[in-house]
Design a protein around this ligand. Structure first.
Ligand SMILES: C[S@@+](CC[C@H](N)C(=O)[O-])C[C@H]1O[C@@H](n2cnc3c(N)ncnc32)[C@H](O)[C@@H]1O
Ligand code: SF4
Ligand code: SF4
Length: 294
């Protein structure tokens, strides 16, 4: 289960319409679409005076395998790489300040925490790692059940907010850590429990991350992952190229392959949103728990 970390994007202003990119693309991921209109302007423009330029080249990112042939074939540098990770990091930095004001984030955390506590046997003195802690919502909800929690996140702004919250709550058992687990291996200590909510769909290589969790957990340690069931791509109201949710059975198989046992999952929450055409869309969330065998 691997997501792309970069995609080609086109600067239509530079394009001289030579069609070389279309010719070289081995997966037919580029096409010239004269009827394409994303309609985003309808949502944002009050005057409706935005000129639409439908006669442009579009990428079908599901078909694109990021081989880069179109980038090197374009003689006028109209195609460049778009680094998804850098973009997402910036995005999380931007939303950190208002993250806790979103009631869905709060309610989701309460439901995941309740389900986790009901399913998991915890003992006094346990130390935990929250992977992708954001502003620490879940760690705050679980803090009284652990002796020590490390709140890891790769967004500096998320960590800044977490530090402020910890200081004002005098929560001395919570320890924020600015760290990118995809880029580096964390080796400073091991844990009894690793938990994570709504992060795995942002991780490129799921199997590699699960193997990293296995190394960080002590024998018999617990892994708890909460994330979306498979969705149609409408969950992120922005350009998104991570995983469109997960099939828990398939995720369970990956855990099994990496030395986890007693794998269980259940639905623990449902995110409700109004779509652009005012229809109510539901995005169920699962909680998967497993035990590290080794
Ligand atoms: C959708 S937010 C969820 C935040 C929090 N878990 C919550 O539910 O409120 C995903 C978080 O994962 C973090 N993240 C994504 N990839 C990461 C990585 N490789 N290492 C550490 N944190 C990561 C992001 O910075 C972001 O704060
Ligand atoms: S190769 Fe470059 S200039 Fe030619 S059609 Fe593609 S993007 Fe445009
Ligand atoms: S990166 Fe490769 S697969 Fe993707 S659009 Fe370009 S040529 Fe096609």
């Amino acid at each position: 289960m691997q997501a792309k970390n970069k995609i080609p994007v086109i600067d239509v202003a530079k394009c001289i319409d030579c069609e070389k990119c279309i010719t070289v693309c081995p997966t037919n991921a580029i096409c010239k679409n004269s009827s394409f209109s994303c309609s985003k302007c309808i949502k944002y423009c009050l005057t409706m005076k935005v000129p639409c330029n439908p006669d442009h080249y579009v990428f079908c990112y599901e078909q694109c395998d990021a081989c880069g042939l179109c980038v090197s074939a374009c003689l006028v540098d109209a195609i460049r790489w778009f680094e998804i990770k850098k973009y997402m990091k910036k995005h999380f930095d931007q939303v950190a300040q208002n993250w806790d004001k979103n009631q869905i984030h709060v309610k989701r955390t309460e439901a995941i925490a309740a389900s986790f506590l009901q399913k998991t046997k915890l003992f006094k003195g346990m130390k935990a790692l929250e992977f992708g802690a954001g502003t620490g919502l879940l760690s705050f909800a679980l803090k009284d059940h652990f002796a020590d929690i490390t709140l890891m996140d790769s967004s500096a702004e998320m960590i800044k907010i977490t530090e402020e919250k910890i200081k004002s709550a005098e929560a001395t058992t919570l320890h924020p850590l600015l760290f990118d687990m995809e880029k580096e291996d964390y080796i400073a200590k091991t844990f009894d429990v690793i938990f994570s909510q709504m992060v795995m769909h942002h991780v490129d290589d799921i199997e590699k991350m699960i193997a990293k969790f296995g190394k960080l957990l002590d024998r018999g340690g617990i892994l708890a992952i909460a994330d979306l069931y498979k969705e149609d791509g409408s969950f992120h109201e922005m350009e998104f190229h991570g995983h469109l949710g997960f099939d828990p059975e398939q995720l369970g198989e990956t855990l099994k392959k990496n030395g986890f046992i007693n794998i269980n999952h259940e639905q623990c929450f449902e995110i409700e949103r109004l779509s652009e055409d005012s229809k109510l869309k539901k995005f169920p969330v699962f909680l998967m728990t497993a035990e590290n065998r080794d």
